[in-house]
Design a protein around this ligand. Sequence first.
Ligand SMILES: NC(=O)c1ccc[n+]([C@@H]2O[C@H](COP(=O)([O-])OP(=O)(O)OC[C@H]3O[C@@H](n4cnc5c(N)ncnc54)[C@H](OP(=O)(O)O)[C@@H]3O)[C@@H](O)[C@H]2O)c1
Length: 323
Amino acid sequence: MAATKEGKCKRILVTGGSGLVGKAIERVVTDGEGRPDEEWIFVASKDADLTNAADTKALFEKHKPTHVIHLAAMVGGLFRNMKYNLDFWRKNVHINDNVLHSAYENGVQKVVSCLSTCIFPDKTTYPIDETMIHNGPPHNSNFGYSYAKRMIDVQNRAYFQQHGCRYTAVIPTNVFGPHDNFNIDDGHVLPGLIHKVYLAKQNGTALTIWGTGNPRRQFIYSLDLARLFIWVLREYNEVDPIILSVGEEDEVSIKDAAEAIVEAMDFKGKLLFDSTKSDGQFKKTASNSKLRKYLPDFKFTPFKQAVQETCSWFNMNYASARK
Ligand SMILES: NC(=O)c1ccc[n+]([C@@H]2O[C@H](COP(=O)([O-])OP(=O)(O)OC[C@H]3O[C@@H](n4cnc5c(N)ncnc54)[C@H](OP(=O)(O)O)[C@@H]3O)[C@@H](O)[C@H]2O)c1
């Protein structure tokens, strides 16, 4: 392989580099996971609007990546998804097609894109595994996002079939960590709850949890996901996607997650449940047995420790955090 002008063989472009997952990868790379033959380039929407084909093409021509981690997406929690299914579909389809096709046109050797366990069929058997993505319609709350994400898998297979490209995707469960979107209305459940607990503590009010608290989720700490992403980029050679998740036994209810946050934030007020608000999908338990076959010894950060670290980050960065 020809070295780049700095003598580095791999030039890795990370789209969505300013987001929750992108920032985690940047931290893990900076903290020692990066290798001397790798140059890492993290880009955000200010560098290129990836819904725009010409901007995307220019970005690829500027950086000439050999590898791509593709994270950029319109992302949001249940309530934002329910309101904007059309925008989630259109923006994400445009972003994904622009990125994958620019990668192909520029001879990129490997692309790792990001799906999500919330794109799986609503009516399914559990645990969900990688073979089930296209087995039925997704939950109605987020069909725009889900179908757009599913098309990445279709496109990866087609690039492989027609051009032999090794483009693949990972499927994380619910991600959380520093640099998340802590917006209460538009964000995901865990960062939204952290922000709510922060405000309830400040204002001396009760904590109101939307929904019954009964739905169950597998949460993955962004820094664990970052280490797994880097492994996929370097070592995983299948075109078929791989679920990146803690085990089925580590699934927790929203109520359990809220209690972990309450403990981490030392909140002493009351917990209320507003069951007039939607619960979303009850569960989406995913199997990590494919991951475990490859990496039997990978150690996930314990949930309570990861929640504690995320809450500390939020408390320390309240003024600048996305909220
Ligand atoms: N968060 C989760 O629980 C979760 C779970 C499963 C899968 N995922 C997937 O993981 C990936 C990363 O998610 P995240 O949680 O890190 O999201 P995030 O924090 O909301 O970050 C989104 C990133 O995408 C960029 N972006 C959005 N629209 C763009 C556009 N038009 N052009 C260029 N860049 C654009 C943003 O750039 P700016 O900062 O400049 O706006 C930001 O860097 C996504 O593909 C998501 O679907 C997330």
